[in-house]
Unconditional design. Structure first.
Length: 282
């Protein structure tokens, strides 16, 4: 499924959204949540942390699902992997001061692309970034150069067109900060490379408030969603003591897995791309 070109549906009045769960491979709770939501038809895609501790263990189950699988490019989260890994603030500073070690960035990207192919037997359907690092200056250029040497034509996540109207200012501000960290520059390069991106982006919030807050934000995102938009989520099924977001991940899972989610989608005239018989082939 290319999010920029959703396929036609017999119910032509419906809009299609790509619901993408980030962080597959981070831990078993995250993987369990994503796999169960896939079985319920609540997801279109998941982004794989190729060095995550549970990636190899749970990947066989993932590959039996209908989900598109993308590379969740990681330059900030240490799993004991070799090569470049910096705290997010340090990475952003280095990127904007033009002090990134570009050779190391390129090596990290190529190694993760290679590992993705080793794990899955194919190249990624799409690419995004853990903490949105794929759009940073220097990183985006090395990413597109690495892709230019391969046969893959993945779509690339665009955070730069967030749909946040009507949400609290703090959430709108966060969405604009994320977009401002390189989305426009990435878009220009992606267009020049002949690749595609999602037309809109949803799912940015402050990871607070439990189920009540997430239900409110979800309702608003569904109201704003347009054809091909990506709705990012971070669900988990069960606790993980080492995951700072574990409570809110479970809140996301609770909302996404609830039977009322199907009714919310219907009420907003939405389909989750890739989960119905008229889906566009991968």
């Amino acid at each position: 499924m290319n999010p920029e070109r959703p396929s036609a549906s017999p119910a032509s009045e419906y809009r299609r959204i790509v619901v993408c769960a980030d962080d597959f491979g981070m831990n078993t709770a995250v993987d369990a949540g994503i796999l169960h939501l896939a079985g319920l038809g609540r997801l279109s895609a998941t982004s794989l942390l190729v060095d995550g501790p549970s990636a190899s263990q749970n990947l066989p189950a993932l590959l039996t699902t209908h989900l598109q699988v993308g590379l969740h490019l990681n330059l900030t989260e240490s799993f004991g992997q070799p090569g470049l890994c910096l705290p997010l603030k340090s990475l952003i500073q280095a990127a904007y001061l033009r002090r990134l070690p570009l050779g190391q960035v390129r090596d990290a990207i190529c190694r993760q692309l290679d590992r993705f192919q080793d794990l899955t037997g194919r190249l990624p359907d799409y690419i995004d970034g853990h903490q949105h690092v794929h759009q940073l200056p220097g990183v985006r250029d090395q990413l597109l150069q690495a892709l230019d040497t391969r046969t893959a034509r993945p779509w690339i996540r665009d955070t730069g067109r967030p749909r946040q109207a009507g949400l609290p200012w703090r959430l709108c501000f966060k969405a604009q900060v994320i977009a401002g960290l390189g989305a426009a520059g990435l878009r220009r390069r992606v267009q020049a490379a002949g690749l595609t991106q999602n037309p809109g982006f949803l799912g940015v919030y402050d990871f607070k408030g439990g189920v009540p807050a997430y239900e409110i934000w979800m309702s608003r995102w569904l109201t704003l969603a347009q054809d091909g938009d990506v709705l990012m989520c971070h669900p988990a099924r069960g606790m993980d003591a080492h995951d700072a977001l574990t409570d809110q991940r479970q809140a996301e899972y609770a909302v996404l897995s609830d039977a009322r989610m199907a009714q919310r989608l219907a009420d907003h005239r939405l389909m989750i791309a890739g989960t119905d018989p008229c889906k566009e082939p991968s």
